[in-house]
Design a protein around this ligand. Structure first.
Ligand SMILES: [Fe+2]
Length: 206
């Protein structure tokens, strides 16, 4: 499999877990508190699989190769994607900061968690759509088979650095969340729901 196809396949897994998160937020709004265990599993998945592993492969392997092959590093899609990765990290921090209170039913923390969770779902869906529809087709035209083989070797080194079994553990976590929230393989395009409320002033505490 080519380097770009692997990232596209990972997008499908991330989109399914985003639908899980969306349903978790809706359930939390109805119940007046969020399911702490499921929320922590979802955040673990997004921090480990979506950010450290998947965004790590893009930032450490694909994007540098695209710049080497002629894409600008300081304008256009590469810096936009990097900036969105940073925004995603900050949003996950804000979710984590509000989680304990949201799980205990604190109204302010619940509103904050639902707000930041909805923000994350929307951000990552739009981000993935840009990569799938614009950046990856561009990368497929720009990179030779040899370039893609080099990127692939970089992925293998990155996977090793994250520890053996991490990828499989994350896929199992995704399956567990999909079973919990009855998300099928095609459930990747639900519109961000009314659960996406409003809140201010919750930044990253890490
Ligand atoms: Fe991506």
């Amino acid at each position: 499999m080519k380097a770009i196809e692997i990232l596209s396949q990972e997008h499908r897994v991330i989109l399914r877990v985003l639908t899980c998160l969306q349903r978790l937020l809706g359930a939390g709004k109805t119940a007046g508190h969020v399911d702490d265990a499921s929320a922590r599993k979802a955040i673990d998945f997004f921090r480990t699989f979506a950010d450290a592993c998947h965004h790590g492969k893009e930032e450490g392997c694909l994007f540098p190769k695209l710049v080497e092959c002629g894409l600008p590093g300081d304008s256009g899609p590469v810096p936009v994607m990097l900036s969105e990765h940073d925004t995603g990290r900050e949003t996950l921090c804000a979710m984590l900061e509000a989680l304990e209170g949201a799980a205990a039913g604190d109204p302010n923390d619940l509103t904050a968690f639902i707000h930041w969770g909805g923000t994350y779902v929307e951000l990552l869906r739009n981000h993935i759509a840009k990569e799938d529809n614009i950046l990856f087709p561009l990368a497929a035209r720009l990179l030779s088979d040899e370039d893609q083989r080099e990127v692939l070797q970089g992925y293998e080194a990155a996977e090793k650095a994250h520890g053996r079994g991490t990828h499989e553990r994350m896929l199992a976590l995704a399956d567990e969340l999909c079973e919990r929230y009855a998300v099928q393989s095609g459930d990747v395009n639900e519109f961000v729901s009314a659960a996406h409320g409003s809140c201010d002033g919750h930044g990253c505490g890490d």
